[in-house]
Design a protein around this ligand. Structure first.
Ligand SMILES: [Zn+2]
Length: 162
């Protein structure tokens, strides 16, 4: 089933141009991600959608990988589960500290009881762990960043004074 031009026009946030394969997408996952983005008041960047070689949700056009520039990853995670719009939710953290989220509408789970997981991404390789472990790591990184930033500014000021 293809999303009609009329339905694309009714979406709040998402456009066909956001996708690599807009015509291969299952309407429900696009519909739900659009509603979710609208509820969040945020625009996701779509990293990956339909993947012809994938045997699972991406290959079925039922999965979308996203980043949310400037948004708190915890807020995205909590809201995604609370919304019950997705039957699969994954959180990923890469070696540069960037969090991304996979959302899908797999048919063997429900929005109320979704599949949940986390993964650390290094050189494109995923190490699958619990979502909690990845979220803990994101939290640690943000606490490390504040003193690191303060120290950086301190040195900058000292050195520019001569
Ligand atoms: Zn994915």
């Amino acid at each position: 089933m293809v999303i009609s031009p009329q339905e694309w026009q009714r979406f709040h946030i998402l456009k066909p141009g956001d996708f690599n394969y807009p015509d291969q997408m299952s309407p429900d996952v696009v519909r739900n991600l659009d509603l979710f983005a609208y509820q969040m008041g945020a625009r996701p960047t779509i990293l990956s959608d339909y993947r012809p070689e994938d045997l699972k949700q991406h290959g079925a056009g039922r999965a979308i990988d996203t980043t949310w520039p400037g948004e708190d990853p915890f807020r995205i995670w909590r809201a995604a589960l609370h919304s019950q719009l997705f039957s699969g939710v994954g959180v990923y953290l890469n070696e540069h500290g960037v969090a991304s989220f996979h959302f899908d509408t797999r048919l063997d789970r429900t929005g109320k009881y979704p599949a949940k997981w986390g993964a650390f991404v290094e050189s494109g390789e995923n190490t699958y762990v619990s979502a909690g472990l990845v979220l803990d790591q994101i939290k640690k990184k943000s606490w490390v960043l504040i003193p690191a930033l303060a120290l950086f500014v301190y040195y900058l000021v000292r050195h520019t004074k001569g």
